[in-house]
Design a protein around this ligand. Sequence first.
Ligand code: BG6
Ligand code: MG
Length: 220
Amino acid sequence: MDKKGFIFDLDGVIVDTAKYHYLAWKNLADELGISFTEEDNERFKGVSRKRCLEILLDMGGVTVSQEQFDAWLLEKNEDYLQYIRKMDASEILPDVPKILDYLQAQKVPMALGSASKNAKPILEKVGLSGYFHAVVDGHETTRAKPDPQVFLLAAERLEVEPKACVVFEDALAGIAAARAAGMYSVGIGDPGVLTDAHRVFRNFTEIQLEFIEGLLQGRA
Ligand code: BG6
Ligand code: MG
């Protein structure tokens, strides 16, 4: 049996920061007079900060100088940081520690694979850094999800074959990235949205340890 590796996205999988990204983009969109709904926000999930702003400006039909673009990127992030400054372990999504503890007890190598440049400080704030053998974040990747780069790099760091990796993702772009990497994908969210995932659960409380055990034994 191949040695398995588990790779977790951060925002919207481990912690509920997807709502803060949304609020910060919404604030900027309001300021620019661009309509921005939670439905629009689905396209922003898993996508780099820069790409999100490009999409937002496209939605509003706005073209701007590089300088203005960079200023808005900074403004969105500073707004986002106001939300995450107050974060603590209470914002870890329900039953995530149960799964992480189980995998740790089985000595399964685990990595974080996130598009966010804020991933490391967030992990520290919520006290989960110790679980991960590798953290690949937005500082290390040059190609955003749905490109598989982030997950392939995580597998390399774990010294696990991509085909023996399992990815937990809440974003359409992230599921596509996992698939492109040749990995098994577990969607966390709406089954009607994450249709390309191998399996979908609304949240971690729906995941039984038997399912994880099955993945470890290659029974998925
Ligand atoms: C992803 C989020 O994890 O990180 C995206 O799903 C976000 O919504 C991206 O745009 C980049 O995050 P950050 O923290 O670098 O702006
Ligand atoms: Mg996510």
